[in-house]
Design a binder for this molecule. Structure first.
Ligand code: SAM
Length: 254
């Protein structure tokens, strides 16, 4: 159908496409009005939006784990040029394509895992890697891959549990210094063996200190922290010599 149709038609198509995680306003019809996090992710976007340019002036965007494309849509509306959203879930990709069709936005969506993003040609002015990190068994491996795609800024978001502050960290600690591990703000990742929040794909949940430490360790400079779970970063020391950190690590030369 050409989705010029009315609200009834749009509501029908929305319900046909299964459960939605993104609440997106489709010509007055919300896709997930009963979301357990409220008007999600608009509630998050309200804090993140002011930290990004209001005119993206043709910038390219890669939205990793795009879901139904809420962030892809918002960046396109801000004047982004090429917007490519990728996800592993066919249902979410179908939802994202439907959203773009209804809103008449020229955005691309493709099936691709974060572990394969390094196969996507070129780099992007903005890479969004939001709400995916804690769903991965190999989170730092994924982050080091994602970094290869960042020309301008990485907009990164993860669930955070435990301490919400970062400690002052020293460059080194004595072998017998065990006290640091008692401190709740020392970088920690919580491993979920079975399930958290009813979701068996929640694997590793960092505290604030761990997340900032990992972003820095992957060669990123933290530019801003617009809300408790989101960081905007730029590549600083992502390469050592002429190789990315990931390639050094895989070759045993880091
Ligand atoms: C919690 S949702 C976050 C959606 C959106 N980025 C946001 O911040 O609202 C997690 C998304 O990551 C996707 N995802 C999970 N594993 C992935 C993987 N290996 N590669 C790409 N996307 C993945 C899921 O299908 C889902 O759409």
């Amino acid at each position: 159908m050409a989705v010029g149709g009315g609200a009834v038609e749009i509501a029908h198509r929305i319900s046909e496409m299964g459960e939605w995680f993104h609440n997106i306003d489709l010509k007055g019809v919300p896709t997930a009005p009963a979301h357990f996090l409220g008007d999600f992710p608009r509630v998050k976007w309200k804090s993140i939006a002011p930290a990004l340019p209001s005119d993206l002036n043709g910038a390219s965007v890669l939205d990793i784990g795009c879901n139904a494309g809420f962030y892809s849509v918002e960046l396109k509306r801000r004047g982004a040029g090429r917007v490519l959203g990728v996800d592993v879930d066919d249902r979410y990709l179908a939802q994202a394509r439907f959203v773009a069709e209804v809103l008449e936005l020229d955005t691309e969506f493709a099936k691709c895992s974060v572990y394969d993003v390094d196969q996507i040609p070129g780099q992007f002015d903005y890479v969004l890697f939001m709400g995916v990190f804690y769903h991965l068994r190999y989170p730092l491996y994924a982050l080091d891959k994602v970094i290869k795609k960042v020309k301008g800024r990485l907009v990164f978001q993860t669930m955070i549990r435990g301490s919400l502050t970062s400690p002052e960290l020293k460059d080194d600690y004595h072998f017998w210094n065990k006290e640091i591990f008692e401190s709740p703000d020392f970088p920690r990742m919580y491993f979920i063996e079975k399930s958290y929040a009813g979701d068996p794909t929640n694997w590793w949940i960092p505290n604030h200190g761990a997340m900032e430490a990992m972003l820095r360790s992957s060669g990123l400079e933290i530019e801003s922290h617009p809300e408790p779970e989101t960081w905007i970063c730029r590549p600083a020391t992502v390469m050592k010599g002429n190789k990315y950190i990931l390639d050094h690590e895989l070759a045993g030369t880091l």
